[in-house]
Design a protein around this ligand. Sequence first.
Ligand code: ADP
Ligand code: MG
Length: 316
Amino acid sequence: MARVGEFDIIRDYFAGAPTGDSVILGIGDDCALLQPPAGSVLATSVDTLVAGRHFPEAADPAKIASRALRVNLSDLAAMGAKPLWFTLALTLPTASRKWLQGFSRGLLETAREYGISLVGGDTTAGPLSITVQVTGCAQKPLRRDGASVGDAVYVSGPLGAAAAALRVVLGKEQVDSELSQAADAAFYWPEPQLALAESIAPLASAAIDISDGLLADLGHICRASGVSAEVELEALPVAPLARELAGTQARELAATGGDDYQLCFTVPAARVAELEQMDTGAVRIGTLVDAAGEPRVLARRHGQSWAPKHAGYQHF
Ligand code: ADP
Ligand code: MG
């Protein structure tokens, strides 16, 4: 196979990416030149995915790319921001054309789907790792610290699918091909909740995306806002795939499992009726209460206080 250099990679796989009106100059110069929409606040976030830690090294590159961009888009959704631009820092052990073709296809398809432009990046040799930085603009940013006592707590949709899928995705559990495809989709194609975020932004007081597990992530809202949350486990929408793969453990996975990238958000009591009329598919799971000096999530199941056996994922 012909040797592929850094500049060949950029030219052949990334430089042709379509860009929107907000891009004055994209890939190819020292910096991209970008024109933010007038009067908007920019929201920016970066995430690194490391082979062997966040995805199996041998995974299909198109899927890895899709997941890398989607998890970043989820952060924009959680902030109530509309996607504009992203950059890609790619570290590759070898420059395989087959891998790069798959990767750039998965990446640029996802970019097109969500209307975000690739405007730059960096390409280096080393252990496989993918860093995506996204920037968007927010009319009304959804911060974690905006929630108050009395607010209703919602999740945007079913939980537990990605956590239940993990054993299948990692090849630790064999299932039939239909279930295996569903597991793959749950893990590699999480749907960033951008449309929902846009519709709830005018009403919501705080939001976060569920990457580490509902109870752990809602805990971040509680600490940032200085409130506690009462959550009823029986109210959680459990993903059908979680039921199929995890059986009686499904509800616990919905409460604690990560990687679904649904949103958890809060709505002031006075605006709950408005939200309920909007038909967003969001499900109410609890209420914020006085923290009494110790902000935390108070989970209950069948009226009894309930604590997970495993807390949310932490790297260190
Ligand atoms: P510099 O030496 O100035 O950092 P590079 O040689 O790293 O420039 O990159 C050249 C151009 O290609 C820059 O515009 C950079 O943003 C872009 N680029 C490099 N790698 C990637 C990539 N993986 N994806 C998208 N754009 C990239
Ligand atoms: Mg560079």
